[in-house]
Write a protein that binds this ligand. Structure first.
Ligand code: SME
Length: 151
């Protein structure tokens, strides 16, 4: 079980560093990927509300072909439309899903807001079925809030 208090501390320290905003986002993805065993892909998507599209930002994990996603498309695009956290415990039960890897079994996408506007998303894939609990959701929503100013 991940120690979210300890991981939160690491994330906060990364944000206090002298790194650029982009490098800080990259560092956050690396920390989450390294410290939480059921996080097998961690990345940011950056929102373009004018275009209704999400563009891949800093991430850690296998490269993905999904670098540009329309609102409404896949789990990421649905989260952008509903403007709420979208948790899929078993991706085989989600018809509107964009597969990045056959190893992925579940996904959680947390929208990120700045002054009420969607600016991006924090996206986590897991190779386990149903690994995400309310603790992941709470933790990731706090990380999303904390990193909103970097987007
Ligand atoms: N599975 C996502 C696409 C992005 S990858 O997980 C990195 C989706 O259905 O939107």
């Amino acid at each position: 079980m991940a120690d979210f208090v300890q991981v939160w501390g690491e994330v906060q320290r990364a944000l206090e560093s002298e790194a650029t905003d982009d490098d800080k986002l990259q560092l956050v993805t690396e920390i989450l990927y390294r410290e939480v065993s059921h996080y097998d892909w961690v990345g940011y998507y950056l929102a373009s509300p004018a275009e209704g599209r999400l563009y891949l930002g800093p991430y850690t994990g296998e490269p993905t072909e999904h670098t540009d996603i329309e609102y409404g498309e896949g789990v990421c695009g649905q989260a952008a439309e509903i403007e709420d956290t979208f948790l899929v415990g078993d991706v085989t039960s989600e018809p509107n899903y964009l597969s990045c890897s056959p190893d992925v079994e579940s996904e959680i996408v947390v929208p990120i807001f700045s002054e009420g506007e969607l600016v991006g998303e924090l996206d986590i894939d897991s190779y386990q079925v149903d690994p995400f609990t309310y603790k992941d959701k709470d933790f990731l929503e706090r990380v999303a809030d904390l990193t909103a100013e970097l987007i």
